[in-house]
Ligand binder design. Structure first.
Ligand SMILES: NC(=O)c1ccc[n+]([C@@H]2O[C@H](COP(=O)([O-])OP(=O)(O)OC[C@H]3O[C@@H](n4cnc5c(N)ncnc54)[C@H](OP(=O)(O)O)[C@@H]3O)[C@@H](O)[C@H]2O)c1
Length: 407
C-alpha cells in the first residue's frame, strides 16, 4: 500500500485543482468539493482560460460555502507553460476540459513533468491508449498516477467488476482466491441525458475511427514489453440475448468500459490467471433495441463527413447540460453476475444521475482519494480507477451514496 502523494508534491499550495471549472461538469465537481464534510480544510483552486468566468465561478462556489478556500489559476490548453505552472501547484489535477483528444495531451505531459497525480472524465479510447503508449513509463518511474475514465465511464463498471471479483474470492475461499479463472458480466440500466461537452467528445472520437485503427497498429508493433505476467484478461465476443432475471434484452455496449475492466484485470492479481468480462446495456423492448442500434450507427456514419459532422456538432453547444430537475430524475444501476469454480455471485452498483451529478461525485472522490488516502495500491503510471485506487475508492463512493452491494 502506498502513501498518497509524491514526496515532491507533499508541500504544494493546493490539494486539488479543478481545471475546466467554468464548464458544465467541472462546475458540478467544484461544487461537490466545496460542500463535502471537511471542505473548509481542503486547499482548492479552480482553473481555466477565462479570468472573468473563473471569478464568477468562484463567487458561485463561495455562495454555496463561504468558509471554503477557493483560489483561481489561469491556464490554457494552448499554453504549455501555464499548464506546468498549474500542475506544479497541486497534489492532484482534475480535468474536465474536453474533447480530450483535442485538448487533453499537453496537460498529461505537464502533470508528468511536474510529478502531479491526474484524473479525468474521458471516454475516448484513442486518447487513453495514446497516453499509455506515450507516458506510462515516465509516470510510473515518478510514482504518479495518471487515471482516466473517472466518471460514469468507467467507475461503476470497473469498480463493480473489482467488487464482484472480491466477493468471488471470498466464496472460493483463501486457498483458491486469485488462483482460479473467473467470468463477470455487467448489465447497465440507466436513465439520463448528456451535455454539449459529452456530445462534442463523442462525435470527435467517432470521426477518427480510421486514424485510431492505424495508430493502434503502430502502437502494437512498437510495444516491446507485455504489461503483465501470464495473467489473461479478455472481453467476451458480442452477442444479443434475453435475460429472464431482468426481463430485458442484453445488448453489447461498445463503450470504453470493457477495455478499462480488462486493463484492471490484467494489473490486479485478485482477478485470477484468466479473467473474462462481458458488458451489456439492458433494453426492455426489441424495437427500442433496434432503434437504438440504428440511431447510434447513423451518428457514427454521419460523423465521418465534415458537412454532416458540423451539422451534428451544432445540435448541442459546449457548456450546456441537463437541468437540475432533469438530473434529479436520472438514475443508474449496474447488475453484475460473477462465476468462479462453478460458484456464482450477484452484485449491484447504483446511484443517481449517471452523466453529471454522480459523475462529478466520482471524479471529485477520485481526486480526494489520491490527495488524502494512505491505503492505495502500489500501482503507478497511466492506469485505471480499479487498479490505481481500488477498494479505497469503493469505500469512499459507498460513503458518498453510490452503493456497492451483494444481493
Ligand atoms: N465519461 C463520462 O462519464 C463523462 C461525463 C460527463 C462529461 N464527460 C466529459 O467531460 C468533458 C467535459 O464535459 P462538459 O459537458 O463539462 O463540457 P463543457 O461544459 O463544454 O466544459 C468544457 C470546459 O473546457 C474548457 N476549455 C475548452 N477549451 C479550453 C482550452 N483551450 N483551454 C482551457 N480550457 C478550455 C471550457 O472553458 P470555457 O468555459 O472558457 O469555455 C470549459 O470549462 C467532455 O469531454 C465530456 O465528454 C464525461
Amino acid at each position: 500500500m502506498s502513501t498518497q502523494t509524491t514526496a515532491a508534491s507533499a508541500s504544494r499550495p493546493y490539494d486539488i485543482v479543478v481545471y475546466g471549472a467554468t464548464g458544465f461538469t467541472g462546475k458540478l465537481t467544484a461544487e461537490y468539493l466545496v460542500t463535502i464534510d471537511g471542505a473548509e480544510q481542503l486547499k482548492l483552486a479552480i482553473a481555466g482560460r477565462n479570468a472573468h468566468k473563473l471569478q464568477a465561478c468562484k463567487q458561485d462556489l463561495l455562495a454555496k460555502n463561504s468558509n471554503a478556500k477557493v483560489e483561481t489559476l489561469q491556464a490554457d490548453s494552448d499554453d504549455y507553460t501555464s499548464l506546468v505552472n498549474m500542475a506544479a501547484q497541486a497534489k492532484v489535477v482534475i480535468t474536465t476540459v474536453g474533447p480530450y483528444l483535442k485538448y487533453g495531451e499537453p496537460l498529461v505531459r505537464a502533470c508528468v513533468e511536474a510529478g502531479t497525480h491526474y484524473v479525468d472524465l474521458t471516454g475516448e479510447p484513442e486518447f487513453v491508449e495514446g497516453l499509455e503508449h506515450e507516458f506510462h513509463d515516465q509516470a510510473a518511474e515518478k510514482k504518479i498516477k495518471i487515471i482516466n475514465c473517472c466518471g460514469f465511464d468507467s467507475i461503476p463498471h470497473d469498480l463493480g467488476a473489482l467488487y464482484t471479483v472480491q466477493q468471488l474470492n471470498e466464496l472460493v475461499g483463501p486457498e483458491r482466491a486469485g488462483k482460479v479463472p473467473m467470468k463477470v458480466e455487467g448489465f447497465i440500466e440507466a436513465q439520463g441525458s448528456f451535455s454539449g461537452g459529452t456530445w462534442h467528445s463523442a462525435i470527435t472520437q467517432f470521426s477518427r475511427l480510421k486514424e485510431y485503427r492505424n495508430k493502434r497498429k503502430e502502437w502494437h508493433k512498437s510495444k516491446t514489453t507485455k504489461p503483465t505476467d501470464r495473467r489473461r484478461s479478455r472481453v467476451m465476443s458480442p452477442k444479443v440475448f434475453w435475460v429472464n432475471a431482468y426481463s430485458a434484452w442484453a445488448c453489447p455496449f461498445p463503450s470504453i468500459d470493457p477495455q478499462v475492466v480488462k486493463r484492471t484485470a490484467a494489473t490486479c492479481r485478485e482477478f485470477g490467471p484468466d479473467f473474462i468480462y462481458g458488458h451489456y446495456v439492458l433494453v426492455k423492448k426489441l424495437p427500442n433495441l433496434i432503434g437504438g442500434v440504428a440511431g447510434a450507427g447513423g451518428v457514427v456514419l454521419l460523423s465521418q463527413f465534415k458537412y454532416s459532422r458540423n451539422k451534428l456538432l451544432a445540435i448541442k453547444d459546449p457548456g450546456q447540460g441537463p437541468s437540475e430537475s432533469q438530473r434529479a430524475k436520472s438514475w443508474f444501476k449496474v447488475h453484475f453476475v460473477g462465476e468462479a469454480d462453478g460458484l456464482h455471485v450477484w452484485t449491484e452498483v447504483a446511484g443517481g444521475d449517471p452523466g453529471y451529478g454522480e459523475t462529478a461525485k466520482m471524479l471529485a472522490e477520485s481526486a480526494l482519494c489520491l490527495a488524502q488516502d494512505s491505503n492505495l495500491p502500489e500501482v503507478y503510471g497511466v492506469t485505471t480507477p480499479g487498479a490505481g485506487m481500488g477498494t479505497a475508492l469503493i469505500e469512499r463512493l459507498n460513503h458518498a451514496g453510490i452503493t456497492f452491494r451483494t444481493l
